[in-house]
Design a protein around this ligand. Structure first.
Ligand code: UD1
Ligand code: CA
Length: 452
């Protein structure tokens, strides 16, 4: 689409009561402004110009993109003034104005608005609200809009109009330049209102159209934290709907949080209160138990994650069992059929096919072969206070419970380590290695008795 997009994002957001610029408050883990930028990108516009003010450096640093043109509005003198700051950077014939604090707007709606400019000079996205308080009201004469009146400037009669200005508009840039040049701030708020362009356009006899939004939620703005939470829930509802439509079972769609992208194969099941962050891929038939957190990870077909497990930057193969209460830290590779049980932490390690680490262990910086059995309470001592060292465990090794493997160290294939050992030197292949003092019994020993 041949158009430039201007995103207004300079407002202070006083009602957020926050040190963070309003547009950086997050919906589904992403700054609101990022959502708006992403939606704008879907339209493939010529350029995206972001008008920032308060906390400009912070805003620029938080929102990605070399394709963005940043313009500063040093004082917030109104929406018309904000657009004026962006105008020198506008080159396309059409302009679309978006708000950085209206994060759920859909690209299909915006396409409709831009397309309406084929037949009109200025198109305003409007909405019919049960409670129009706070919004600018649309004053119509048939299909044409005569003007937009801000709540603070409105008579009781105008206040009773329920069709409101969503703030989102599309127009021909030539007209916009003329109208903006004529704006004044002679109104209740002493601001330069972008909305006054409507009356100015009408004076010229230009065609102004109201394009009604179909979904009142997508045009909702965020002014306070209650509205932020409301839109967060709305976003999550959309994500849950889409997952279910595509064949994923959600035990309770209102108790799911996806802060990023979640891709599910066929017949996945997700229990309540799970959080997915970044990009998460679940293969066919993967089941995730309640209260799990999975971040930037891939789990292959048939794997099961039991309750209260946390998986981060890791890869889990097919038919594995993780948890309950397991923690896979970054760089864990759990190969097909392996098991990571309760209170087990794995970090930067490969757990080979069919190996089992079932209870209360820490496995860090380890290369583990296949069919290994790690007894309860085994710990790799990978850190000497200055450096990290690797532990290598061969195929089919059996490590007895409560063993410490002091890295760097190797346990050979088919080796057995006796329970309670502290292994500081390599344990040879196929042999039993143990390090513990011999058990003795003191014959006839008496327990002390309480005196007096
Ligand atoms: C504006 C509209 C109103 C509409 C409402 C929809 C005007 C005059 N009024 O009112 O008709 O119903 O939005 O939510 O346009 N901004 C700047 N610089 C400024 C002022 C605002 O960048 O100097 C940005 C804000 O960050 C925000 C947007 O413009 O993203 C709207 O500003 P806001 O103050 O919320 O406008 P409203 O008074 O709500
Ligand atoms: Ca607002």
């Amino acid at each position: 689409m041949k158009a430039d997009v201007i995103i207004l994002a300079a407002g202070q957001g006083t009602r957020m009561k926050s040190d963070l610029p309003k547009v950086l408050h997050r919906i589904a883990g992403q700054p609101m402004l990022q959502h708006v930028v992403d939606t704008a990108r879907d339209l493939a516009p010529d350029r995206i110009i972001v008008v920032h003010g308060h906390g400009g450096d912070q805003v620029r640093a938080a929102v990605e993109g070399k394709d963005l043109v940043w313009v500063e509005q040093d004082r917030q003198l109104g929406t018309g003034h904000a657009v004026e700051q962006a105008l020198p950077r506008v080159a396309a014939d059409r302009v679309l104005v978006l708000y950085g604090d209206v994060p759920l707007i859909r690209s299909q709606t915006l396409e409709r608005l831009l397309l309406a400019c084929d037949e009109a000079d200025l198109c305003v996205l409007t909405a019919e609200l049960a409670d129009p308080r706070g919004y600018g009201r649309i004053v119509r004469k048939g299909d044409e809009i005569e003007c937009i009146v801000e709540e603070k400037d409105a008579s009781p009669e105008i206040r009773s109009i329920r069709e409101v200005n969503t703030g989102i508009m599309a127009m021909h840039s030539e007209g916009l330049r003329r109208w903006i040049a004529k704006l004044d701030n002679d109104n209740a708020q002493g601001e330069f209102y972008l909305t006054d362009c409507v009356a100015l356009a009408r004076e010229e006899g230009a065609r102004v159209r109201a394009i009604p939004a179909k979904d009142p939620v997508e045009i909702q703005g965020v002014n306070d934290r209650k509205q932020l939470a409301m839109l967060e829930r709305e976003w999550q509802r959309r994500v849950a709907d889409e997952l279910m439509t595509n064949g994923t079972t959600l035990m309770d769609p209102v108790r799911l949080d996806v802060r990023g992208k979640l891709f599910c194969g066929r017949d996945c099941e997700i229990d309540v209160n799970c959080v997915f962050e970044g990009v998460v891929v679940l293969g066919d038939g993967v089941k995730v138990g309640p209260n799990c957190i999975i971040r930037n990870s891939t789990l292959d077909a048939g794997s099961l994650v039991e309750a209260h497990s946390i998986i981060e930057d890791s890869r889990v193969g097919k038919a594995c069992r993780i948890g309950p209460f397991a923690r896979l830290r970054p760089g864990s590779l759990i190969e097909d059929g392996a098991r990571i049980g309760n209170f087990v932490e794995v970090k930067n390690s490969r757990i080979g096919q069919g190996s089992k680490v079932n209870h209360l262990s820490y496995i860090g910086d380890t290369e583990m072969g296949r069919e290994v059995n790690i007894g309860a309470g085994t710990i790799t001592c990978n850190y000497d206070g200055a450096n990290k060292h690797r532990t290598v465990i061969g195929d089919r090794a059996f490590v007895g419970s409560d063993t410490q493997l002091v890295a760097p160290v190797k346990v050979g294939a088919d080796a057995t380590i006796g329970a309670g050992s502290t292994i500081t030197r390599d344990a040879p292949e196929g042999e039993l290695t143990l390090s513990r003092s011999r058990q003795t019994t003191v014959k006839g020993w008496q327990r002390p008795r309480k005196e007096g």
